[in-house]
Design a protein around this ligand. Structure first.
Ligand code: DGJ
Length: 706
């Protein structure tokens, strides 16, 4: 809902529980009024009528109060917008017009010297406010160089102490949650790698006065962008906090706007919740399931992928054998990973040549795809379209198609170079290759990988080479959008050496993401805990792989622990099934069957993090209508102490809940409890006996409301 004040200069956007208000001051300065609990228009007007801060030497009355601080004039905060023409730098803007249409508020300004139109866009979806900016060169003037254009700046209310939550990491250790007190100055997170990065997810949350998992005010901001980016959290000298975010890692230039051209920033979404971190996560999940993720109402199938089992050493016969075993344990989607194409027998060759390797797949992919379909599964393949190996037909034909600076080393990370997707000839080539590939065999699923960051992002001959950074992402989005439109039955997974490209931008055009190359079920609990702060289980791919985990740490864990860990998201299996015993395969079949029963609740339910993984008992709970699923893990039982009862959440205290089946009937019978009826109030206030013991134990509990 959008309300407009009587003077046409105050606006209030409201969701079910929150409101956001802004006001155009007497001098046309656009001021922030409110972000938080729901308020009425009259409240916003009362705030607008309050006098501004008292004048103070060396401080600007605008700083910390503006919706979108531009560079220039009496402003000393980090500018959201920095532009220049050959002789004039900065922005002096005048208000033009406001419009409210189809749930969107647009506020239009103009800088007459630059002939630049600047429109700020606001749209409320649930309690998530989407913000972006549009720059337009209005014509008949010099080109405008856009040094930086943030999507939005968020202003927090005055509070005593702010705490910052972020998701940091590295390869095999993505999305780990850290919290720290905010102090004066700026805290910058971002990526200067050309992709979202393993190092930081483009999300921050801020809470004051000690929010907890289920209580207290939490503000969150998340950027819908899959390239380089920056979020700056600033605590100003008067204690006010502003959060600026947008594409690009610095202010050194993103685009050159010629007369008539325009630029739209990605969305920087913001959410206020009074329900603590858990409430904020559930609101983010609901937003993505309803407004971001394509076909989110469909459940994702159980997949098999042999990457950890086979690496680059694949053959059609071997894949057929694995497919038969996968079908036998109930897998629904069989994915051929790397090494099916070109001369790709190691990571040194083949990227760029997207036709099946004739020695490995003499008849192309279709015979294998047909067999997989005959086994009752969907068929998927791996691609890494944005990359090329120097040892490839593509690179031999077009060495100028990669990002590079003339006369400089072409850095080869993982023996590969990055294609310059900003070039239209590269875009055309990729479209043609991928469209042909998807038309050549009945392919249902594409795992789209991206295995190295930008290093030599040059574009010889281009007038504004730095536009390559943003244009790469726009070209990637356009390619995915076009492939989806042309091949509507194909689902896509975003992968970047694990979780190097997970954000709201890529999630608008992919069906799930590869969370991490780390498939150790214990490490995964922490990675998944962080991931769930922002993204729903419906997109979080997780595989059961072999034990010991020879890839990472040689940790030994039971199938039970591995399955229950991976069942917290979109279940996959990634072990070498040819080496699993009959007993292991039979147990795996039971887990897969169980997952299929609980997956509507896991993938579409409301998620409650009951206990964080910190060495002892941890658990997540999903509630979908009257169905409840609890996944619990015990890392280590210490000092012979009994494991604590697990208090559930999100139940009706007056309701009764019947235990379904025998919880996780797989493997053990000591947790029998089918048909037992539990009282909601008891589960909420006293909790569930889990029966977990020892080290690396796990269990699943299911309840149905009576
Ligand atoms: C990195 C991915 O994260 C892995 O799952 C696998 O697909 C390899 N790339 C293949 O090169």
């Amino acid at each position: 809902m959008i309300e407009v004040g009587g003077d046409g200069r105050t606006w209030v956007l409201s969701g079910p529980t929150s409101s956001y208000a802004l006001h155009l001051g007497a001098g046309d300065e656009l001021l922030h009024l409110h972000w938080g609990a729901r308020i009425a228009l009259a409240d916003a007007e009362a705030l607008a009528a309050e006098p501004g801060p008292p004048a103070r030497g060396f401080e600007s009355p605008l700083d910390g109060r503006e919706e979108y601080p531009v560079e220039g004039g009496p402003r000393f905060v980090r500018p959201a917008l920095s532009v220049r023409t050959p002789e004039v730098r900065g922005t002096e803007w005048q208000f033009g017009a406001a419009s409210v249409a189809a749930g969107e508020l647009r506020l239009r300004f103009e800088d007459t010297a630059h002939r630049l139109g600047i429109t700020l866009v606001y749209r409320m979806r649930g309690d998530v406010l989407e913000r972006s900016a549009v720059l337009e060169h209005l014509g008949h003037g010099p080109d405008v160089e856009v040094l930086r254009a943030d999507s939005a700046v968020w202003t927090l209310p005055e509070r005593e102490r702010w705490r910052l939550s972020q998701l940091h990491g590295r390869w095999a250790a993505e999305s780990r949650l850290v919290r720290s007190d905010l102090t004066y100055g700026e805290k910058i997170i971002g990526s200067r790698r050309g992709h979202t990065s393993h190092q930081h997810l483009p999300w921050v949350a801020l809470d004051a006065e000690g929010a907890s998992e289920e209580h207290g005010e939490v503000y969150g901001c998340a950027l819908a962008w899959s390239g380089s980016w920056r979020i700056a959290v600033q605590q100003l000298p008067d204690g006010r906090v502003q959060i600026a975010g947008g594409s690009g890692h610095d202010d050194s230039g993103q685009a050159l706007l010629r007369p008539g051209e325009s630029l739209t920033t990605p969305v920087f979404a913001g959410l206020w919740s009074a329900g603590g971190f858990g409430g904020a996560s559930r609101a983010w999940h609901a937003y993505q399931l309803e407004h971001v993720i394509p076909d989110a109402q469909d459940v994702r199938p159980v997949l098999y992928n042999s990457w950890e089992a086979t690496g680059f050493d694949i053959s059609e016969a071997q894949q057929r054998a694995l497919a038969r075993r996968a079908a036998d344990i109930g897998v629904e989607l069989f994915v051929v990973d790397d090494a099916w194409f070109g001369r790709r027998t190691s990571d040194r060759a083949g990227l760029g040549d997207w036709t099946p390797n004739p020695d490995r797949f003499p008849g192309g992919l279709k015979p294998l795809a047909d067999e997989v379909h005959g086994l009752g599964m969907q068929f998927g393949i791996w691609v890494e379209p944005e990359m090329v190996n120097a040892d490839s037909d593509l690179y031999r034909a077009h060495p100028d198609w990669v990002q590079h600076f003339p006369g400089r080393t072409r850095t080869e990370f993982r023996h590969q170079l990055v294609l310059n997707l900003a070039r239209t000839d590269v875009q055309d080539y990729l479209w043609e290759q991928l469209h042909t590939l998807l038309s050549s065999a009945p392919i249902d699923y594409v795992k789209w990988d991206f295995n190295r960051s930008f290093t030599d992002a040059g574009w010889p001959g281009e007038e504004c080479p730095q536009r390559l950074w943003n244009d790469h992402v726009h070209a990637l989005y356009a390619l995915l959008d076009r492939l989806r439109a042309e091949h509507p039955g194909v689902a896509f997974e975003s992968c970047s050496g694990g979780g190097g490209r997970i954000d709201l931008g890529i999630l608008a055009r992919t069906d799930q993401v590869w969370t991490s190359d780390n498939t150790d079920p214990l490490d995964r609990l922490a990675i998944q805990h962080g991931f769930s702060q922002l993204h729903p289980a419906r997109v979080m791919a997780a595989w059961v792989t072999d034990s010991p985990n020879t890839q990472l740490n040689d940790r030994v864990s039971s199938l039970r622990f591995r399955f229950v860990s991976a069942m917290a998201g979109v279940l996959g299996v990634g072990g070498d099934l040819t080496r699993w015993s009959e007993a292991e395969l039979a147990e795996a079949r039971e887990w897969v069957d169980l997952y299929k029963e609980i997956r509507p609740v896991v993938q579409h339910g409301e998620l409650y993090r009951l206990r964080a993984p910190d060495g002892g008992l941890s658990a997540v709970q999903y509630v979908h209508g009257g169905e409840v699923v609890v996944l619990a893990w015990l890392q280590a039982q210490r000092y012979g102490e009994p494991v604590a009862r697990l208090r559930l959440r999100g139940l009706d205290p007056a309701g009764t809940y019947e235990q379904v089946g025998v919880g996780d009937r797989v493997g053990r019978s000591d947790r029998a409890g089918a048909g037992e009826v539990h009282r909601g109030a008891v589960l909420l206030h006293h909790g569930l006996h889990t029966g977990l013991r020892g080290d690396l134990d796990a269990a699943i509990f299911r309840f149905s409301r009576k």
